[in-house]
Structures are given as C-alpha cells and as structure tokens.
Design a protein around this ligand. Structure first.
Ligand SMILES: Nc1ncnc2c1ncn2[C@@H]1O[C@H](COP(=O)(O)OP(=O)(O)OP(=O)(O)O)[C@@H](O)[C@H]1O
Ligand SMILES: [Mg+2]
Length: 251
C-alpha cells in the first residue's frame, strides 16, 4: 500500500481479563480517511487511544511514519468522543490548549485558535465556557482544538455523535473538504454505516469480543459533488453490502 502513515501491527489489548482487541493489523494511508466501523464495545476507542499513545497495547505496536509509538506526540491529535474540554477555560483557551502544550506563544496561539473557531462555525463564542454551549457546539470546540495543532494524524472518535442530523450532514461535508485539502491521515470512528460510506476512502469493519477486522472496504464513490453522494448507486450498494455482512452479528 502506498505511503502508509500509520500502521498497527498485531495489536492485542487486555483490560484485566477482558480481551478488547485481538491481533489487529491495519494500514492507514496518508491523504485518506479510514473509518473504524463496528458496534458499541468492539474496541474502537481503545484502538484510537493506542494509536494516540494514551494507552499501551498488551502486545503489538503502532508505527507512525515508520517510527514506533511510545507515547502521545505532536504528530497526532485526538478528538474525543466525550469532548474532554477544560470546564474552567473559555472556548478560545480550550482551542489554544494544544498549542499552549507545545510552547506556542500567547498571541500566535490565540490568533490560530480564533481562526479555527471561525472555521468550525463558532465565531462569537470565543469567551464562552463549555457549560454554556450545546453538545454539538462542544464537539466543534474539540474539532477546532484538534485542527489548530495541525498534526499529521487526526484521530476522531465519533466527533459528530452529539449533533442534530442537519448539523451532522454539514460536518460530514466539511470533513470531506478537509480530507481533500489537507494531506493528513484521518482515522475516524463511527457506528453509522451511512456516515462511514459517505466520508471514507477505506472502511475497516470490526467485530466485537474480542475485536478483530472482519472486512476492509474501499468505496469508489465519485465525490466531485458532495450533495449527490447519497444518490450514487455505489454509495447505496455499499451501505446495503455492509449491512448484509453485519446483520448476522447484531444480537
Ligand atoms: N478502562 C477500561 N477498563 C476495563 N474495560 C474496558 C476499559 N475501557 C474499555 N473496556 C472494555 O473494552 C471493550 C472495548 O471498549 P471501547 O470503549 O474501546 O469500545 P468502543 O468500540 O469504543 O465502544 P463505543 O462504540 O460504545 O464507544 C469493551 O468491552 C469495554 O467494556
Ligand atoms: Mg468508543
């Protein structure tokens, strides 16, 4: 596979007696979006945290650009499923936080943060606190924070789960534009089949207990016009195909 930015090699993870991941090997190419799709509890967040270096695998390893991951690093940014915002800090400070950690000076980091706050549609909320925002707005803050650090690898854990359907569709379109315009490696967790097919170059379907790769699908959808993707016969076929392949595993 060409230019794989991130590889996981034979990752196994136990939490005590619970085997969350078994012998999981995947390649994540640069400039593309790979989705991890699977039912709740199948280890998606666990795998993202291992790639982020926030959690150690029991065995196996992660490589980023050929180097083994030993902990978190500025090359990888994480958008958390549960926001993980600092409740005592304003939107501006939260978005600038990753840059603060990297030692970027106050003026520069606040300028960059302000630009990304506008990009995710939160202009005017720079001085608001997380508790003053809706769930969807908090997710946008998390997204802006991950974008602001300009990492090569973006790890996104169900970043659109807390927003209404219209906003979600807008976010999906924005994400497609981002993948096209930035040569980053996007690793995106979702349990929506439609969302995975809409946004992904590659979909790794995971089965639970313990999690393992069931199938890898590469939709070849014409994405020239984001509005027509959902009517593309290829889109509809792949959604059906994935559902057929998963339905026997849904209890
Ligand atoms: N800190 C932990 N301690 C013990 N078990 C854990 C821990 N974190 C996760 N697990 C277990 O590992 C398995 C995988 O969990 P994980 O959170 O990675 O799944 P997920 O695919 O992200 O689920 P969801 O779609 O609900 O977010 C589950 O069985 C879960 O109960
Ligand atoms: Mg999860």
């Amino acid at each position: 596979m060409p230019d794989s930015a991130v590889s996981t090699r034979n990752i196994t993870k136990f939490y005590g007696e619970v085997e969350a991941l078994r012998d999981l090997s995947l390649e994540f190419p640069r400039g593309q979006l790979t989705s991890l799709l699977g039912p709740s509890g199948c280890g998606k967040t666990t795998l993202l945290k291992i790639i982020a270096g926030l959690l150690e695998p029991t065995s196996g390893e992660v490589e980023v650009d050929g180097k083994t991951v030993t902990g978190p690093g500025p090359d990888r940014a994480f958008v958390f499923q549960d926001f993980a915002l600092l409740p005592w800090a304003t939107v501006l400070r939260n978005v600038a936080f990753g840059l603060e950690m990297r030692g970027v000076g106050k003026t520069e980091r606040e300028d960059r943060a302000a630009a990304y706050i506008k990009q995710v549609g939160l202009g005017g909320f720079e001085n608001a606190y997380p508790h003053e925002l809706s769930g969807g707005m908090r997710q946008r803050v998390g997204l802006a924070r991950a974008l602001a650090v300009d990492s090569d690898v973006l790890l996104m854990d169900e970043p659109f789960s807390a927003v209404d359907e219209q906003t979600r569709r807008k976010f999906q379109e924005d994400l497609l534009a981002l993948v096209q315009n930035e040569n980053k490696t996007f690793i995106f967790v979702t349990h929506s089949i439609e969302e995975a097919v809409y946004v992904s170059d590659q979909i790794a379907i995971l089965l639970p207990r313990p999690s393992r790769v069931h199938e890898i699908i590469r939709p070849s959808i014409n994405r020239d016009s984001a509005t027509n993707i959902r009517r593309d016969p290829e889109y509809l076929d792949i959604v059906d195909e994935i559902w057929d392949s998963l339905r026997t595993y849904v209890e």
